[in-house]
Design a protein around this ligand. Structure first.
Ligand code: NI
Length: 260
């Protein structure tokens, strides 16, 4: 009789243990499910190099901008930017977009910014309203086919902006504060020297990645700026970090003053 009672107690204990164990297992699997859900939602976001990117607002920063591309040297430039974990902004010309779709995808993956430099580099102040619109919209549509996104910034060719251009373009107009005149210098060393002597915190630097000499200069300029403590950021990153809300139809030259 004692043995029977003993066995009965053992059985009871076994059953209780079994259920407690199950409950524990269930709660563990709930946690796992939550984790999986989080991972899934992270995975469904667009691929980006920006995960975990931190820009220190107290450290100096520069926005390198490259116009008129993409071109045959763009990929080499992306190699340099990638090597130093640097970002840049590319203002693309519509007629070049479909020639280098892979470079554009790579810019996007690297966290570089892609802006609009019109369809075929017309001086917008000489165009009618509908043509100004078409210059921007055509390029935007081409870029969107590759990146899936509309561009947010426009760089007007030659920096030509008047009232009609301001009213017509529904994007911030990004000009520059340091004009390297790289296309005129045609010499990597001269471009490098000019940048070293002229850039300061908050500058937007105008360059052209369609030129081999410009990209060659970046092999020296980019590591130099990084070594000097500059963060190489996109135009939008710099605006955001400096507390500037970019507005459509407004011109921006640099981000040195928070009130600009
Ligand atoms: Ni241009």
């Amino acid at each position: 009789m004692k043995t029977v009672r003993f066995i009965a107690i053992l059985l009871l204990l076994a059953v209780v243990c079994h259920f407690t164990g199950d409950r524990k297992a269930e709660s563990v699997s709930e946690v796992k499910n939550e984790e999986t859900k989080e991972n899934l939602s992270a995975d469904t976001e667009p691929e980006s190099a920006d995960m975990g990117r931190v820009i220190d607002p107290d450290k100096p920063m520069i926005a390198l901008t490259f116009d008129d591309g993409p071109g045959e040297h763009t990929d080499d430039l992306l190699d340099i930017l990638e090597k130093y974990d640097a970002r840049a902004t590319f203002f693309l010309v519509g007629t070049q977009v479909n020639k280098y779709p892979d470079a554009i995808s790579r810019m996007q993956k690297m966290g570089c910014e892609i802006g609009n430099h019109t369809e075929n580099h017309k001086e917008l102040t000489k165009l009618k309203k509908k043509d100004i619109k078409a210059q921007v919209e055509k390029t935007d549509a081409k870029i969107k086919k590759i990146t899936g996104e509309n561009t947010e910034l426009v760089r007007p060719p030659y920096g030509a902006v008047d009232q009609l251009v301001k009213e017509t373009i529904k994007s911030p107009l990004i000009l520059w504060s340091v004009d390297t005149n790289d296309w005129k210098k045609k010499d990597a060393k001269k471009i490098t020297k000019y940048i070293k002597n002229h850039v300061k915190d908050g500058d937007v630097v105008l360059l052209h990645d369609i030129h081999g000499f410009t990209v060659k200069s970046m092999k020296t300029v980019i590591p130099y700026l990084v070594e000097q403590g500059y963060q190489l950021v996109t135009v939008s990153e710099m605006a955001e970090t400096r507390g500037v809300k970019l507005k459509a139809g407004k011109k921006y030259f640099d981000f040195k003053n928070i009130d600009s």
